[in-house]
Design a protein around this ligand. Sequence first.
Ligand SMILES: Nc1nc2c(ncn2[C@@H]2O[C@H](COP(=O)(O)OP(=O)(O)O)[C@@H](O)[C@H]2O)c(=O)[nH]1
Ligand SMILES: Nc1ncnc2c1ncn2[C@@H]1O[C@H](COP(=O)(O)OP(=O)(O)O)[C@@H](O)[C@H]1O
Length: 400
Amino acid sequence: MGEAPAFFVDELQKGFANGFDVKSKGGETSVAYCNRTYVIGGACEESALSIGVRILDQSSGEWINPTVLGTKPKPSKGHSAVLLGEDRILITKNGSSADDFAWFLEVDTQYVRQQKKILGTEVVAWSKGVSGCSEKPVVISGPSGVGKGTLISMLMKEYPSMFGFSVSHTTRAARAMEKDGVHYHFIERSIMEKELEDGKFLEFASVHGNLYGTSVEAVELVADDGKRCILDIDVQGARSVRASSLEAIFIFVCPPSMEELEKRLRARGTETEEQVLKRLRNAKTEIDLGQSSGIFDHMLYNDNLEDCYQSLKELLGLDGTVTAAPKSATKVVDLPMDHSLTKIDNKIIINSRTPELEKASTNMIVLDVSSLKGGAPGRTRGLDIHTMDSFLDGLSGITH
Ligand SMILES: Nc1nc2c(ncn2[C@@H]2O[C@H](COP(=O)(O)OP(=O)(O)O)[C@@H](O)[C@H]2O)c(=O)[nH]1
Ligand SMILES: Nc1ncnc2c1ncn2[C@@H]1O[C@H](COP(=O)(O)OP(=O)(O)O)[C@@H](O)[C@H]1O
């Protein structure tokens, strides 16, 4: 990300001008960049439950109501804003809890540019800021009946605190043993189509005549829980995830033969004859794609189940000595109710505006934004939060 000089939000009134500026007035904050002014706050067009965004095109003098994607922040008792790296605005909410105070409004990231092209409208996208990073999700694909579900169940059973399953949405009917919200979110096609339009999905595909999709929330919930996310999705879905901002490990599971695949599918006994035949027809194409598309980092052959499971564990670095992944400790930070932001390189200083606290370093918080990961439509991870005192101690190597 590019650099911007240090400034205080309310310093604009003193004539600050460096390609962008920030003003704060009556619950609205405006951030100007190039020939656009982003006005954040006030009423949201769609819902009074979230912070609104409008854009003023300075060259034409026209107001634009952009399509707003991503999870929107709830309104707060005011907020401050600062432009980061020319593609997103950091918004810090007054009087919010530590897990809800930092939000990013993406205005020109790769995701936003892509969505502008797809939707043909002006687009901005919200993303919630989260401290710490999650491990790369694991995408597992392979033809129906190859044993993906079986392998994933074994992994989740052996490492329950390490892995979490991304619960997909599907329009197919639930099987006898399947539970809504556990194996899938079973959903009507018309509702899923509407949610797809609303940008709630990271990827989706039509598989064996039904819609399947991974919601952004499904993956983020697992990461929020401090676990590594496993996605069981088809090859088309894997291709979409490859093209997305989600960095993942891609594994394709092959059957020992088509005959064995057919035997397993029939023995599972969950599909009608017609569905079995459809899955077998699709299996050939999927295996060809899996082997030739360059999407996958690893191939697994599920002949003997135990051997295949051992190979899966090895490529995930689980050599038998690893237990639960340590959850990163959540830092508790006391956020000043009313504050200003100062940007110094990749550090954002949050300072209280309450006169008696303004000068005290104990009341300053430093946000390190040098290692941000992810972003809209999911979370922006990697925010590093310090009190000013602990930050200064870190710089000088002093420990108390
Ligand atoms: N693209 C995509 N594919 C999915 C998703 N969820 C499941 N699938 C794939 O849909 C296909 C059918 O899944 P399912 O109906 O559970 O049948 P099964 O694979 O025979 O157990 C499999 O290839 C899954 O990997 C999803 O969210 N997105
Ligand atoms: N290596 C294997 N050898 C024999 N049967 C297997 C093996 N792996 C899985 N199975 C069985 O094959 C069937 C299909 O497996 P499943 O995990 O449901 O496949 P998928 O999720 O890929 O559709 C299940 O009945 C499962 O018990």
